[in-house]
Design a protein around this ligand. Sequence first.
Ligand SMILES: Nc1ccccc1C(=O)C[C@H](N)C(=O)O
Ligand SMILES: [Zn+2]
Ligand SMILES: [Zn+2]
Length: 206
Amino acid sequence: MTIIDISRKLEIGMPSWPGDTPFSYEVSWSKEESGSVNVGKLTMSIHMGTHIDAPFHFDNDGKRTYDLDLSVYIGTAYVVDLTGKEKISRSDLESLPIDGIERLLIKTNSWKDSTVFPETITYLDADVGEFLAEKGIVLIGVDVPSVDPLDSKELAAHHSLHANGVHILEAVNLEHVDEGVYELIALPLAIVEGDGSPVRAILRSI
Ligand SMILES: Nc1ccccc1C(=O)C[C@H](N)C(=O)O
Ligand SMILES: [Zn+2]
Ligand SMILES: [Zn+2]
Protein backbone atom coordinates (compact mmCIF):
# COMPACT_ATOMS: atom_id res chain seq x y z
CA MET A 1 0.00 0.00 0.00
CA THR A 2 1.43 3.34 -1.07
CA ILE A 3 1.05 6.25 1.32
CA ILE A 4 1.50 9.77 -0.06
CA ASP A 5 2.20 12.20 2.76
CA ILE A 6 0.56 15.57 2.03
CA SER A 7 1.40 17.13 5.42
CA ARG A 8 3.79 20.04 5.92
CA LYS A 9 6.60 19.51 8.40
CA LEU A 10 6.14 21.07 11.84
CA GLU A 11 9.53 22.52 12.71
CA ILE A 12 11.09 25.50 14.42
CA GLY A 13 11.39 28.42 11.98
CA MET A 14 8.47 27.33 9.79
CA PRO A 15 6.29 30.23 8.60
CA SER A 16 3.24 31.19 10.63
CA TRP A 17 0.29 33.52 10.12
CA PRO A 18 1.61 37.07 10.76
CA GLY A 19 1.22 37.88 14.48
CA ASP A 20 0.11 34.36 15.42
CA THR A 21 1.91 31.96 17.80
CA PRO A 22 4.92 30.39 16.08
CA PHE A 23 5.79 26.69 16.27
CA SER A 24 8.13 25.67 19.05
CA TYR A 25 9.24 22.34 20.43
CA GLU A 26 11.65 21.73 23.25
CA VAL A 27 12.55 18.92 25.60
CA SER A 28 11.25 20.54 28.78
CA TRP A 29 12.18 17.60 31.01
CA SER A 30 15.26 15.75 29.86
CA LYS A 31 16.16 12.12 30.46
CA GLU A 32 18.98 13.29 32.70
CA GLU A 33 16.58 15.42 34.79
CA SER A 34 13.66 12.99 34.97
CA GLY A 35 15.86 9.94 35.36
CA SER A 36 13.88 7.98 32.76
CA VAL A 37 12.54 9.84 29.72
CA ASN A 38 12.70 12.93 27.49
CA VAL A 39 9.43 14.90 27.72
CA GLY A 40 8.64 17.47 25.03
CA LYS A 41 6.73 20.72 25.20
CA LEU A 42 4.88 22.02 22.17
CA THR A 43 3.63 25.58 21.56
CA MET A 44 1.90 26.59 18.34
CA SER A 45 -1.14 28.20 16.80
CA ILE A 46 -3.74 25.60 15.89
CA HIS A 47 -3.64 27.01 12.32
CA MET A 48 -0.03 25.98 11.80
CA GLY A 49 1.04 23.73 8.97
CA THR A 50 -1.52 21.28 7.58
CA HIS A 51 -4.70 21.68 9.67
CA ILE A 52 -8.48 21.65 9.69
CA ASP A 53 -10.70 24.54 10.80
CA ALA A 54 -13.54 23.87 13.22
CA PRO A 55 -16.54 26.17 12.62
CA PHE A 56 -15.82 27.88 15.98
CA HIS A 57 -12.72 29.40 14.29
CA PHE A 58 -14.96 31.85 12.41
CA ASP A 59 -18.34 31.47 14.16
CA ASN A 60 -18.70 31.90 17.94
CA ASP A 61 -21.60 29.44 17.95
CA GLY A 62 -19.88 26.93 15.66
CA LYS A 63 -18.78 23.39 16.51
CA ARG A 64 -15.52 22.82 18.40
CA THR A 65 -12.89 20.33 17.28
CA TYR A 66 -13.92 17.37 19.44
CA ASP A 67 -17.50 17.57 18.18
CA LEU A 68 -16.59 17.25 14.49
CA ASP A 69 -17.86 14.24 12.55
CA LEU A 70 -14.76 12.09 11.93
CA SER A 71 -16.24 10.45 8.83
CA VAL A 72 -15.67 13.76 6.99
CA TYR A 73 -11.91 13.32 7.30
CA ILE A 74 -11.62 9.78 5.87
CA GLY A 75 -12.65 8.70 2.38
CA THR A 76 -12.55 9.31 -1.35
CA ALA A 77 -10.96 12.54 -2.57
CA TYR A 78 -10.32 14.01 -5.99
CA VAL A 79 -7.13 16.03 -6.49
CA VAL A 80 -7.43 18.74 -9.18
CA ASP A 81 -4.65 20.98 -10.48
CA LEU A 82 -5.87 24.58 -10.97
CA THR A 83 -2.46 26.23 -11.07
CA GLY A 84 -2.32 29.86 -12.17
CA LYS A 85 -5.71 31.20 -11.07
CA GLU A 86 -6.24 34.31 -8.97
CA LYS A 87 -9.45 32.84 -7.60
CA ILE A 88 -11.44 29.64 -8.06
CA SER A 89 -15.15 29.83 -8.84
CA ARG A 90 -17.96 27.41 -9.53
CA SER A 91 -17.23 27.60 -13.27
CA ASP A 92 -13.71 26.21 -12.70
CA LEU A 93 -15.15 23.14 -10.99
CA GLU A 94 -18.27 22.33 -12.99
CA SER A 95 -16.64 19.87 -15.39
CA LEU A 96 -14.68 17.87 -12.80
CA PRO A 97 -15.27 14.10 -12.66
CA ILE A 98 -16.38 14.13 -9.02
CA ASP A 99 -19.67 12.25 -9.11
CA GLY A 100 -19.76 9.96 -6.08
CA ILE A 101 -16.60 11.54 -4.60
CA GLU A 102 -17.02 13.32 -1.29
CA ARG A 103 -13.83 15.35 -0.97
CA LEU A 104 -12.01 17.77 -3.26
CA LEU A 105 -8.36 18.81 -2.90
CA ILE A 106 -7.25 21.79 -4.98
CA LYS A 107 -3.66 22.23 -6.06
CA THR A 108 -3.18 25.96 -6.68
CA ASN A 109 0.63 26.00 -6.55
CA SER A 110 0.25 29.61 -5.37
CA TRP A 111 2.40 29.23 -2.23
CA LYS A 112 5.67 29.41 -4.13
CA ASP A 113 8.25 29.41 -1.33
CA SER A 114 7.09 27.23 1.55
CA THR A 115 9.84 28.59 3.84
CA VAL A 116 8.11 32.00 4.06
CA PHE A 117 4.46 32.94 4.64
CA PRO A 118 2.89 33.81 1.26
CA GLU A 119 1.92 37.39 0.35
CA THR A 120 -0.94 36.42 -1.93
CA ILE A 121 -2.65 33.12 -2.60
CA THR A 122 -5.30 31.67 -4.90
CA TYR A 123 -8.59 31.82 -2.97
CA LEU A 124 -12.11 30.47 -3.35
CA ASP A 125 -15.11 32.44 -4.58
CA ALA A 126 -18.15 32.54 -2.30
CA ASP A 127 -20.16 30.60 -4.95
CA VAL A 128 -18.06 27.46 -4.40
CA GLY A 129 -19.84 26.39 -1.17
CA GLU A 130 -23.24 25.95 -2.79
CA PHE A 131 -21.79 24.14 -5.81
CA LEU A 132 -19.86 21.66 -3.66
CA ALA A 133 -22.93 20.95 -1.54
CA GLU A 134 -24.92 20.21 -4.73
CA LYS A 135 -22.20 17.73 -5.70
CA GLY A 136 -22.26 16.03 -2.28
CA ILE A 137 -18.77 17.21 -1.31
CA VAL A 138 -18.23 17.26 2.48
CA LEU A 139 -14.63 18.51 2.61
CA ILE A 140 -12.46 20.85 0.60
CA GLY A 141 -8.69 21.00 0.96
CA VAL A 142 -6.33 23.66 -0.36
CA ASP A 143 -2.51 23.88 -0.59
CA VAL A 144 -2.48 27.40 0.93
CA PRO A 145 -3.02 28.75 4.49
CA SER A 146 -6.58 29.97 3.83
CA VAL A 147 -9.57 29.48 1.52
CA ASP A 148 -10.08 33.27 1.59
CA PRO A 149 -7.72 36.06 0.58
CA LEU A 150 -5.08 36.52 3.31
CA ASP A 151 -6.30 40.03 4.20
CA SER A 152 -10.01 39.12 4.26
CA LYS A 153 -11.98 39.95 7.41
CA GLU A 154 -15.40 38.80 6.14
CA LEU A 155 -14.11 35.32 5.22
CA ALA A 156 -16.79 34.89 2.57
CA ALA A 157 -15.49 31.48 1.45
CA HIS A 158 -15.15 30.08 5.01
CA HIS A 159 -18.74 31.14 5.76
CA SER A 160 -20.22 29.92 2.48
CA LEU A 161 -18.51 26.53 2.82
CA HIS A 162 -19.72 26.21 6.41
CA ALA A 163 -23.27 27.28 5.53
CA ASN A 164 -23.28 24.46 2.94
CA GLY A 165 -21.87 21.79 5.25
CA VAL A 166 -18.42 21.69 3.58
CA HIS A 167 -15.51 21.21 6.02
CA ILE A 168 -12.14 22.93 5.53
CA LEU A 169 -8.63 21.47 5.32
CA GLU A 170 -5.82 24.00 4.80
CA ALA A 171 -2.15 24.06 3.83
CA VAL A 172 -1.81 20.54 2.50
CA ASN A 173 1.26 19.93 0.33
CA LEU A 174 0.26 18.70 -3.13
CA GLU A 175 3.50 19.50 -4.98
CA HIS A 176 4.23 15.82 -5.59
CA VAL A 177 0.64 14.70 -6.21
CA ASP A 178 -0.95 14.12 -9.63
CA GLU A 179 -4.60 14.74 -10.46
CA GLY A 180 -6.87 11.82 -9.74
CA VAL A 181 -8.90 9.88 -7.21
CA TYR A 182 -7.39 8.84 -3.87
CA GLU A 183 -8.42 7.96 -0.35
CA LEU A 184 -7.77 10.82 2.11
CA ILE A 185 -7.10 10.42 5.82
CA ALA A 186 -6.67 13.67 7.81
CA LEU A 187 -8.05 13.19 11.32
CA PRO A 188 -8.24 16.07 13.81
CA LEU A 189 -6.97 15.58 17.36
CA ALA A 190 -9.56 15.23 20.15
CA ILE A 191 -9.13 18.83 21.37
CA VAL A 192 -12.33 19.49 23.30
CA GLU A 193 -12.49 23.28 23.01
CA GLY A 194 -10.47 23.61 19.81
CA ASP A 195 -11.08 25.99 16.91
CA GLY A 196 -9.31 23.50 14.63
CA SER A 197 -6.49 20.98 14.75
CA PRO A 198 -3.21 20.12 13.11
CA VAL A 199 -3.59 16.89 11.11
CA ARG A 200 -1.32 14.31 9.55
CA ALA A 201 -2.85 14.24 6.11
CA ILE A 202 -2.19 11.31 3.78
CA LEU A 203 -3.49 10.01 0.47
CA ARG A 204 -3.62 6.37 -0.58
CA SER A 205 -3.94 5.33 -4.19
CA ILE A 206 -7.12 3.40 -4.96
N1 LIG B 1 -4.22 32.24 12.38
C1 LIG B 1 -4.83 33.40 12.07
C2 LIG B 1 -4.56 34.55 12.78
C3 LIG B 1 -5.19 35.73 12.49
C4 LIG B 1 -6.13 35.75 11.49
C5 LIG B 1 -6.40 34.65 10.76
C6 LIG B 1 -5.78 33.45 11.05
C7 LIG B 1 -6.09 32.23 10.29
O1 LIG B 1 -5.57 31.21 10.60
C8 LIG B 1 -7.07 32.27 9.19
C9 LIG B 1 -6.95 31.15 8.21
N2 LIG B 1 -8.01 31.24 7.26
C10 LIG B 1 -7.04 29.80 8.82
O2 LIG B 1 -8.14 29.39 9.12
O3 LIG B 1 -6.04 29.11 8.98
ZN1 LIG C 1 -7.14 27.46 9.69
ZN1 LIG D 1 -9.30 28.78 7.52
